[in-house]
Design a protein around this ligand. Sequence first.
Ligand code: B16
Ligand code: MG
Length: 209
Amino acid sequence: MRGLIFDLDGVITDTAEYHYLAWRQLAEEEGLSFTREDNEALRGVPRRRSLELLLKGDMRPDDQMSAMMTRKNDYYQAYIEGITPDDLLPGVLDFLREAKASGFKLGLGSASKNARAVCERLGVLTLFDAFGDGYSVVNAKPAPDLFLWVAGSLGLKPDDCAVFEDAEAGIEAALKGGFFTVGVGPESRVGAAHRVIEGLHAAHPREFV
Ligand code: B16
Ligand code: MG
């Protein structure tokens, strides 16, 4: 491997809780129920699709959908303002630094349009040689487009890259793209990956040479 590509939420940091609190606030205002379990289904899922899942098929006119997404994003952005390097998941900084020192090119591949702001607050933005986020491609995961875009930006072929992902849709995307795929989390969720790890603290970049 010459390149390592990381998903953000669930791999580098845990913003899922903030997404949950923001969606729950919107749901409460709309008189809808939304539990932590419901939130699990939104892992790695882009904003519009997340809203469709929250509405459970009860779609609204497009202007209302857009307004609701804006409200949720405003709540989310208020939460992420408080993010600091302390919010990196265990082992992440060492893993990224050691990977870079060993000569790997590093890429970020997140569905989030807030990924840049989050990485900046985490203090890791400048470690990435290529940065793919919610603005980079049209087709979201499980399409392979985002990871292919990141690999291309690194000047590498999928064969030469490993993708670290915590979401089922992200694993599917990386497998479809022809990447070596590392699932981060429980077997029940990421078991389709070539390798499964608990978190970056439980692995070392030299294992992916
Ligand atoms: P935004 P990832 C994903 O991040 C989150 O897991 C998912 O819950 C969120 O809806 C999505 O980003 C879009 O985020 O609303 O900030 O554009 O796991 O792909 O890093
Ligand atoms: Mg994720």
